[in-house]
Design a protein around this ligand. Structure first.
Ligand SMILES: *Cc1c(COP(=O)(O)O)cnc(C)c1O
Length: 392
């Protein structure tokens, strides 16, 4: 398997067959596992071996198949699946940190990630310094002797800034800190954060891994040592395990993730080419757009520009709302990575909780809309967006 290319791993890695030799992966919808003898139960509680299960909060064969498949894609030694992306983010941080530790984090974060870092961690005596993620000097200046974690979203939401993972990793490692990357926007298809220097990578599987907007899930990837000695004890005793049904949906999602993400990125390129410089737009942001300020870095880190385009309309909130309300195929919702194209107005929804100053600092203006591109025909999306821009 080691020599297989990613697409082959995504279909075959991690398969475990029962005595029936079923072709499609089975859903082991069980929380418990029976032992042949008291001695076997005792031995398993001392040390459960490969493919030996105790309780579904600790592990389950369907969940394990998903973990092994995503680990194979990512080139990670091991992985642990969680009930949601936020269980993965918060668990990765809580499992590593204790009172008195210090964290340096990029300031442009997914709303719930910001709450965990800004509110919960600080309440528990862990100091967090927020930096401009694209400024390597700021990362270096923020490091302290007690800095344990550097946290970042490689592609920021919703302004699609690109953070230099290799650069941040070098600085963080010199300070003795662990680099934790939330790689959702870059996707496991377009970016290998571990190869770039990150120590721990997190996905909300809810997004591109499911890819059809069905289940909540998450996964944490890293070394065997970190996953088994640090993350597993935390997650199995605090509780946010992935359900076997969800794991099965995610396994099936991985089989098609390359096809989906590549098609979505191709559509993004068609839209970027056609809409750049449009009279109704202040800005069109896409990591592989020729005018993206970090185009060279984006091309170094990613194989394609991702599946999200951000538009900044002239005319603020009124124009943005007229634009959104004139759309038909593109649906108003706040998920992303779905087969269906989805539009969000961050300043009044996902980032509503922030103050005006915070939103301004993050570049989230009232005219900004985020579009997650789905699997519809690019021509239909372009016609619809062009028409809605006229009405904005
Ligand atoms: C969605 C998302 C999360 C949280 O994932 P859930 O599955 O919704 O819990 C975390 N980080 C980023 C960047 C996300 O887009």
């Amino acid at each position: 398997m080691e020599n297989w290319k990613p697409k082959t791993k995504l279909v075959h890695a991690g398969v475990k067959r029962s005595q029936y030799n079923e072709l499609s992966e089975a859903i082991f919808l069980t929380q418990g596992f029976a032992y042949d003898s008291a001695e076997q139960a005792e031995a398993r509680f001392i040390k459960a071996g490969e493919d030996e299960y105790i309780y579904a909060r600790y592990g389950n064969p369907t969940v394990r198949m998903f973990e092994e498949r995503i680990a194979a894609l990512e080139g990670a030694e091991d992985a642990f699946a969680t009930a949601s992306g936020m269980a993965a983010v918060s668990g990765a941080l809580f499992s590593m940190l204790r009172a008195g530790d210090h964290v340096v984090s990029a300031k442009a974060l997914f709303g719930s990630c910001l709450f965990v870092l800004e509110d919960i961690l600080q309440r528990w005596g862990i100091e967090v310094t927020f930096v401009e993620g694209t400024d390597l000097d700021a990362w270096a200046a923020a490091m302290r002797p007690n800095t344990k974690v550097a946290f970042l979203e490689a592609l920021s939401n919703p302004t699609l800034e690109v953070i230099d993972i290799a650069g941040v990793s070098k600085i963080a490692h010199a300070a003795g800190a662990t680099v934790v990357v939330d790689n959702v926007f870059a996707t496991p298809v377009f970016q290998r954060s571990l190869e770039l220097g990150a120590d721990v990578v997190i996905y909300s599987a809810t997004k591109h891994i499911d890819g059809q907007g069905r289940c909540l899930g998450g996964v944490v990837l890293g070394t065997k040592e970190y996953i088994r000695k640090t993350f597993e004890p935390f997650n199995k005793h605090t509780g946010p395990a992935m359900s076997p049904f969800t794991a099965w949906v995610m396994l099936k999602g991985l089989e098609t993730i390359v096809l989906r993400c590549e098609a979505q990125a191709r559509t993004c390129e068609v839209l970027v080419d056609a809409l750049s410089g449009h009279a109704k737009l202040d800005r069109l942001i896409y990591p592989f757009a020729p005018d993206h300020p970090q185009l060279a870095l984006a091309k170094r880190q990613m194989t394609q520009g991702g599946t999200v385009i951000t538009l900044v309309l002239k005319g603020g909130k009124d124009a943005a709302f007229r634009f959104i309300n004139a759309l038909d195929i593109i649906t108003i919702s706040n998920n992303l990575g779905d087969a269906k194209s989805i539009i969000t107005h961050p300043s009044t929804t996902t980032h509503q909780r922030l103050t005006d100053e915070q939103r301004t600092a993050l570049g989230i203006s009232d005219g900004l809309v985020r579009i997650s591109i789905g699997l519809e025909d690019a021509d239909d999306l372009l016609a619809e967006i062009s028409n809605a821009l006229e009405k904005a």
